[in-house]
Write a protein that binds this ligand. Structure first.
Ligand SMILES: [Mg+2]
Length: 358
């Protein structure tokens, strides 16, 4: 059986993640799904087990206070249609049109997995993508892992996705800099080896004296000396690049850790210079992903769990954005923005099994 919890993913401030489905009709409670393991596979009929206690998991409120999460509901077709601001008939038509897309750009945390757990229906979704010759990329704003490391992470969770299907903000950043300096260039990097290696691969050498760019990504080795060097290099004219604007990221147990955006902010404040960010919600990353897929905007969709990165990125890139409720977004924060998703789904499980008609 499944555990289908609200993600504790919390990559930027001001995001509240606790689900509140108190308005959900009692009939939907029978669709509560609990008790997952990474090796679970989706059943054709979702089990009802309301007597089981929820797993212990946490998330962040708007002020980043850890709090316990309730297990999320699997919403019916009518409820998903209501959240999508569509009639049930319009919802079914849009779900069919999304299934008929040729290219799929998928966020990872909150869509494919949460922490060390594969989310419901992911194995079946990946099988469906492959059996139907869909083009797909798994996209992450995290600049720290390489595609090989992401491949191994998913292998540990029980699915095998070849390296060519992963795309990170480190790759997008290197590609952007290569487009700016086709004959190569120089960088001072604060980040993990994956970022440095990717920049090398795209023609950039490391330089801590007079680089053209200061590039900052996720890292656990941030310190005063590095930020001092970066600050003075930018002060002397190096261009400041952030792999992504996420100011924090989730840890197990509801804690957070500072992310790339927070590191970049220190240099921005010290120098008065604004960074250029390459990761989501920049449409740059969407454009690179789409060119790899080789599909048109109309043939492509982006699937994500965050309005402020995934859905905004799709909106800016004019690629149909699909928000899933298996992560950050819930009924409480779905309506905060001026932009809307093309459709609201429980998760990628809705690609391979029909939402309940109840
Ligand atoms: Mg996510």
């Amino acid at each position: 059986m499944y555990s289908f919890f609200c993600s504790s993913t919390c990559h930027s401030v001001g995001i509240q993640t606790a689900r509140n489905f108190s308005a959900v009709p009692p009939s939907l409670l029978s669709l509560r799904i609990q008790s997952s393991s990474a090796s679970s596979s989706a059943p054709s009929a979702l089990p009802s087990c309301p007597s089981q206690p929820p797993h212990s998991t946490t998330s962040m409120t708007a002020d980043n206070t850890p709090q316990s999460l309730d297990p999320i509901q699997m919403l019916s077709l009518k409820e998903l249609a209501r959240l999508s601001e569509l009639s049930p008939e319009e919802f079914e038509a849009r779900l069919e049109s999304i299934r008929n897309k040729k290219g799929f750009i998928c966020d990872m945390d909150g869509v494919i997995y949460h922490g060390k757990k594969l989310l419901p229906g992911v194995k079946e979704f990946i099988d469906w993508l492959q059996k139907n010759d869909k083009k797909f990329l798994f996209l992450t704003n995290n600049s720290a892992p390489t595609p090989a490391e992401l491949n191994r992470k998913l292998q540990k969770l029980g699915v095998n996705v070849p390296e060519k299907h992963f795309y990170t903000s480190a790759i997008a950043t290197a590609k952007f800099l290569q487009s700016q300096k086709p004959r190569g260039g120089s960088c001072y990097v604060i980040g993990e080896p994956a970022l440095t290696y990717t920049l090398y691969e795209h023609g950039f050498i490391m330089n801590d004296t007079d680089p053209q760019y200061v590039v900052i990504g996720e890292t656990t080795s941030y310190n005063f000396d590095k930020i001092n060097t970066a600050t003075n290099l930018v002060h002397r004219g190096a261009k400041l690049i952030g792999t992504n604007p996420d100011v924090n990221g989730p840890l197990e147990g509801g804690a957070i850790e500072p992310g790339c955006g927070a590191f970049v902010a220190a240099v921005e404040m010290a120098t008065g210079k604004k960074a250029f960010f390459c990761g989501k919600p920049s449409s740059l990353m969407m454009s690179y992903a789409q060119s790899i897929l080789g599909t048109t905007k109309e043939e492509t969709c982006i699937i994500g769990d965050r309005m402020d990165t995934d859905i905004l990125a799709g909106t800016w890139a004019n690629i149909d954005p699909v928000v899933v409720l298996s992560g950050i977004t819930n009924e409480g924060n779905l309506y905060n923005e001026a932009y809307r998703p093309y459709i609201v789904l429980n998760g990628v499980i809705d690609f391979v099994s029909e939402p309940s008609q109840a």
